[in-house]
Write a protein that binds this ligand. Structure first.
Ligand SMILES: [Zn+2]
Length: 428
């Protein structure tokens, strides 16, 4: 079968407008469950739920797609259950496009004890010492990587499990998301250059195995909606490794099947994020979409969009919402501060979300103080709307030729306010 005739049904990417300066662009990703206008922020529903909010609310904040996690759903309730329910979207009552990440991040990050957030910054790397074999203080090593896959211990009950590229593909096919990711090895900035090279060659060989397994699974179930497979670019902060990884993944082909898009993963220093995404955008083919895994801070989103990333996901907007931290154009603040006790105003002036239309800072301050569940629901709706809308505004600004102006104006205001209100950084 030729590559052309193996072109997937129901999935495509069409590039729209490109930035005059830089690599940023608009586009449309077409999936069997609907289109995604890019750039777009994909809302995270780790365990097949965006924590604390109904699927209807996820739609109301303007989310075009939801990303769930293969590792968590494999352990609980089991990917076979999700399959029997008709796939992730049907199971969680989300009719639109869905993504699952490969499970690699969780298998390795929960396993080796980095907790939920990797040591992505240089300072943490320096503290980590012999990071090639590091575990977080007080944590046992719960995952072991070998050439064939990863053996790990469930964080739920201590059971032993094994993920290989083939297992990840089977699990993600059972989960049935429209976009799935190749199983890759996670590294951090703390790993040595030598380990990064060794890990990257393992990730590339796993990518080839994922393509092969994906091809077989797709061919064995011709009636199912097509699932697009994205290869994941690793290589940490090294330009030569990142560029090589991109070229190899772009050219990789097994039985006429290629990656439908790409994920940019792994260790990124915040200040180098745009540079690294730019290297990848240079090397990756422009006719396939690029997803940047795990970012949502406004300055990161602007840098990534400018550098040519199309979609993004992050748990952060909902996670910090549950800790009473609220994003606004004037920076982030915490609802628990005493100033909000009698603030009978919306969470953010001019916000078009459901929470801001109906509730006040004073009411949410009360709900958080009283530890009422509705606090998390209402705060999450606002933060997700803020993040989705920000990326939507970037898309509109690329189309109207005003992206640079939007970036300067937005970040100037966001950071100016942050400097004036030191407490706005609380709530992580
Ligand atoms: Zn709002």
């Amino acid at each position: 079968m030729s590559a052309a005739s193996a072109r997937p049904q129901g999935f495509s990417f069409t590039e729209g407008v490109r930035l005059a300066s830089g690599r940023g662009r608009t586009g449309v990703i077409r999936t069997p469950h609907g289109d995604i206008a890019t750039p777009a922020f994909v809302v995270v529903g780790t365990k097949a739920t965006v924590k604390a909010v109904l699927a209807e609310s996820v739609a109301a904040v303007g989310a075009q797609a939801v990303l769930a996690n293969a590792y968590h759903l494999y352990l609980q309730p089991g990917s076979d259950i999700v399959d029997a329910a008709g796939g992730l979207g049907a199971f969680m009552n989300w009719p639109g496009p869905t993504f699952t990440d490969s499970g690699g991040f969780q298998v390795m990050s929960l396993g080796v004890g980095f907790k939920k957030v990797l040591a992505m910054d240089a300072a943490a790397a320096a503290r980590a010492g012999d990071a090639d074999h590091a575990t977080a203080p007080g944590r046992e090593r719960l995952a072991r990587v070998d050439e064939d896959g990863v053996t790990f211990t469930s964080h739920l009950n201590g059971d032993r499990h094994r993920f290989t590229p083939e297992v990840s593909m089977r699990v993600q096919h059972e989960l049935g998301a429209d976009v799935i990711f190749a199983f890759d090895e996670l590294t951090t900035l703390a790993h040595s250059r030598g380990y990064q090279e060794e890990s990257l060659s393992r990730t590339q060989s796993w990518a080839r195995r994922c393509l092969a397994a994906h091809g077989e699974l797709t061919a064995s179930a011709p009636g199912r909606p097509y699932q697009a497979l994205f290869g994941v670019v690793q290589g940490a902060q090294y330009e030569d490794l990142r560029r090589r990884a991109c070229r190899e993944l772009a050219a990789m082909e097994v039985d006429g099947r290629r990656f439908d898009g790409f994920g940019i993963g792994g260790a990124l220093e915040k200040e180098n994020l745009g540079t690294i995404v730019g290297w990848c955008a240079d090397e990756l083919p422009s006719d396939r979409p690029r997803h940047l895994l795990g970012i949502s801070e406004p300055e990161d989103l602007f840098a990534a969009v400018a550098a040519g990333a199309d979609t993004f996901d992050c748990v952060n907007p909902s996670r910090v919402a549950r800790n009473s931290a609220i994003y606004t154009a004037d920076g982030r603040y915490n609802l628990l501060t005493a100033a909000n006790r009698r603030a009978f105003v919306p969470l953010e002036d001019g916000c078009d979300c459901y929470t801001c239309a109906h509730y006040t800072r004073a009411y949410l301050h009360h709900l958080f103080k009283a530890k009422e569940m509705l606090a998390a629901t209402l705060a999450t709706i606002h933060n997700e709307r803020f993040t989705v809308r920000l990326v939507d505004d970037m898309r509109a600004a690329i189309e109207s030729g005003e992206f640079g102006a939007l970036r300067t104006e937005f970040l100037g205001r966001f950071h100016a306010a942050r400097r004036l209100i030191p407490s706005s950084g609380q709530g992580m």
